[in-house]
Unconditional design. Structure first.
Length: 557
């Protein structure tokens, strides 16, 4: 019997990404596009081959490079799957959280001769050169057993995965789009520094388990990476893998619903019935593993009423009233006002960064980091010293500088082009107009590559906007005590918007702030939050910070 063609369950998502790319392309500065095209080298021969005429099942071995004990997965996927769909499958198979950038490359290694890069719509709109990953099919790149593809996740930690075609199998009509059939080794913790730092963490665990002494810094690093685990538990957990759980996650990432969902049609995040027009897809998120929904995309002209209505309508469950009270206290019906001198003071770090980088740009290292001299300069301009313990000459080890640079890129002030960090044309214009730059940053928030990050950022903005009320914020009835499942109003609002931990329990406020890091970075550098006598930032916003938060939520008008 011939192979049966099954529609790709992520076709809608692929079409959405293509439409987004076209929209971004259409809104690009023509002169900037012309400059980029004029300076682009002639493309080399494509590594993509003619795709198969039939649909089969590819058995692919995924190995995480440079990690011991070995971490690998054996997945089976549709041969016609596009790379944009393969990305969430990879995240689910490995156990990553989807909170960092990624890239596919054809060839043995992405730093080998003549690689072909497959990029997201956002990467292409920022000037990177490559093929849209939504256009590339897996069977154009992997065709014969032994063919390989590279997937890189988190350009800071640089987790590289080698995908090797292990076998080509006939496809059953009822087969899932993706599944995990075998594997070994747990996924390393996010943001632990990459393979080298991960090896150091495991070495620390082995020394402690053997009763040997380690430095205070090494012990603290192990605790941060594996909170709540003893050294013995760390060593046991890193070698373990629940293949059944990995298979369930991969199937959901590939578009298959669980049996309970098929029977009940209910929302797996909260147990509530689905609201028409607000379908949610499953996606791996930091500490949640929960389902995804469309969230606010930042302030814009005349969006106040719509955003307030959306936030209230999205809130469900026992803490929905917290969102209602926060929206009311934020006073989004009052147009925010900013003076030129206040705007100039608040955007000063961003204006400095734009001018420092300039349209000619600064060189990045081969790993994609700022060079030491630029790290020192940025750290000095930001006044990083009091808040950061450690050296200030390596961007990968100076997280305030790295986070600020990424925030500038997310806000479309900087972009990477051919190994250089350059200021966008719009940014160079905004650098001389503080009020316009202030409004531009407000319009870009909340930041984040995932819905969970953007929703967490929205909660932080909403909280900041509430502090302008004459009454103390939060009111006494929104102050939860240690016996409550929720520790404060931030956690309550985040839970009401539909997010919970992978075990179904509510997240804590510190986790909400952690998820909101892209937005919080911008708020901190703008001086939205006040500082105590020692110069450490607090979570209580200044009057100017309240106005900015309202502008980000409400927009002009």
């Amino acid at each position: 019997m011939g192979a049966v063609s099954i529609p790709d369950p992520h076709q809608d998502e692929i079409e959405r990404q293509v439409a987004q790319f076209r929209e971004l392309l259409g809104s690009a500065d023509p002169s900037e596009m012309a400059d980029a095209l004029a300076g682009s080298p002639e493309p080399g021969p494509s590594r993509r081959r003619r795709p198969r005429t039939d649909v089969v099942t590819f058995r692919v071995r995924v190995a995480l490079d440079g990690v011991e004990p070995e971490v690998w997965r054996l997945i089976e996927v549709r041969s016609d799957m596009r790379l944009a769909t393969l990305h969430p499958v990879m995240q689910a198979a490995m156990g990553w959280t989807g909170t960092h950038l990624h890239q596919f490359d054809a060839g043995d290694r992405p730093d080998g001769p003549g690689p072909e890069r497959y990029l997201t719509a956002e990467d292409l709109a920022e000037g990177d050169t490559g093929v849209p990953e939504a256009d590339a099919r897996l069977d154009e790149l992997l065709q014969d057993p032994g063919d390989r593809l590279v997937y890189t996740y988190d350009f800071g930690d640089d987790w590289r995965h080698t995908l090797t075609l292990d076998g080509v199998l006939p496809r059953d009509s009822g087969a899932p789009a993706a599944r995990c059939v075998d594997g070994a080794g747990a996924c390393p913790p996010e943001d632990c520094g990459g393979p080298g730092s991960y090896a150091d963490l495991l070495a620390t665990a082995r020394r402690l388990a053997a009763g040997d002494g380690v430095s205070v810094e090494d012990a603290e690093a192990l605790t941060l990476a594996f909170p709540g685990r003893s050294p013995e538990e760390v060593l046991t957990s890193v070698a373990a893998l629940d293949v059944t759980a990995a298979d369930d996650a991969v199937r959901r990432a590939g578009g298959e619903r669980s049996g309970q969902e098929r029977r009940s049609g209910r929302d797996r995040r909260s147990g509530q019935g689905r609201t028409p027009g607000r379908e949610r897809r499953s996606v791996q998120t930091r500490r949640t593993g929960q389902e995804r929904r469309s969230g606010p995309t930042g302030g814009g002209p005349g969006q106040a009423g719509g955003l307030a209505t959306d936030l209230v309508s999205w809130a469900v469950g026992p803490y929905s009233g917290v969102v209602v009270e926060m929206v009311a206290a934020a006073r989004l019906d009052e147009p925010p006002v900013v003076t030129a001198d206040v705007a100039e003071r608040m955007v000063a770090p961003f204006a400095w960064m734009i001018r420092h980088v300039g349209t000619r740009g600064v060189d990045l290292t081969s790993a994609g980091y700022l060079r030491s001299a630029d790290v020192v300069a940025v750290a000095g301009a930001l006044g990083v010293g009091p808040e950061w313990i450690g050296g200030l000459n390596r961007e990968g080890h100076t997280l305030p500088v790295l986070a600020f640079r990424h925030a500038c890129q997310s806000a479309r002030l900087l972009r990477v082009n051919k190994g250089r960090l350059v200021a966008t044309r719009l940014a160079t214009q905004l650098a001389d107009d503080p009020v316009a730059l202030w409004w531009h940053l407000a319009g870009r928030l909340p930041l984040g590559r995932t819905d969970v990050e953007r929703d967490a950022g929205t909660v932080l903005l909403l909280d900041a906007a509430c502090h302008g009320d004459p009454e103390p914020w939060p009111p006494p009835h929104l102050r939860f005590d240690a016996f409550d499942q929720i520790d404060d109003h931030l956690a309550a609002a985040f839970h009401a918007l539909g997010w919970a931990g992978s075990d179904g329990e509510s997240l804590q406020s510190w986790q909400v702030r952690s998820l909101a890091e892209p937005t919080v970075t911008v708020l901190e550098r703008l001086g939205v939050y006040g500082r105590d006598e020692s110069g450490v930032a607090s979570w209580r916003p200044t009057p100017e910070g309240v106005a900015f938060a309202r502008a980000a939520l409400r927009g002009r008008g």
